[in-house]
Design a protein around this ligand. Structure first.
Ligand code: ZN
Length: 161
């Protein structure tokens, strides 16, 4: 952790944070600034091309006391997964560079990441997409339907309780 007078740098995202301003966590990614606390923290990797969706989910993840690593496409998600070794991966099923299921398949065949729980986040509920996700041992499947107010309910149900 680098030091600037009165500031600490987040070891995860690099943000400089005023010591007095935070309750021990990076406001950007939720990482605990205390090393001992950080080692106990769960890490969630979120890959979604929509900054709006990422913003909503990361708020919930940080409220749960986890730190969050965000990716905007499958390639970045796979790279960050090997670097951050997440405890949970949330993958959008239709990212610009991939259908997300390709990334899920890659994760399942990556050493030390093969058993990581993966939740697919998607607006697609067609049988083919769902069965391909299930074939690749998806842990859960959340329908993210635009214009529906209850879209956050499933995440809370599977993640928080
Ligand atoms: Zn941070």
């Amino acid at each position: 952790m680098s030091k600037i007078a009165g500031m600490v740098q987040c070891p995860s995202c690099g943000l400089y944070i005023g010591r007095a301003a935070v309750g021990g966590h990076c406001p950007e990614c939720g990482t605990a600034l205390d090393r001992a606390e950080r080692s106990k923290q769960k890490c969630v990797l979120l890959a979604d091309s929509s900054s709006k969706i990422r913003g909503k989910i990361s708020t919930i993840v940080k409220q749960l006391g986890c730190r969050i690593v965000e990716a905007v496409n499958s390639n970045e998600a796979l790279h960050l997964a090997t670097v951050s070794k997440p405890d949970l991966v949330i993958l959008e099923a239709s990212m610009p560079d991939d259908d997300g299921i390709g990334a899920l398949h890659e994760l399942r065949h990556t050493v030390r990441l093969g058993n990581t729980p993966v939740i697919m986040l998607t607006a697609k509920a067609d049988l083919q997409t769902v069965s391909r996700a299930l074939q690749n041992q998806v842990s859960d499947y959340i329908l993210n339907c635009p214009n529906r107010r209850d879209q956050e309910t499933p995440l809370t149900a599977s993640g928080a309780q």
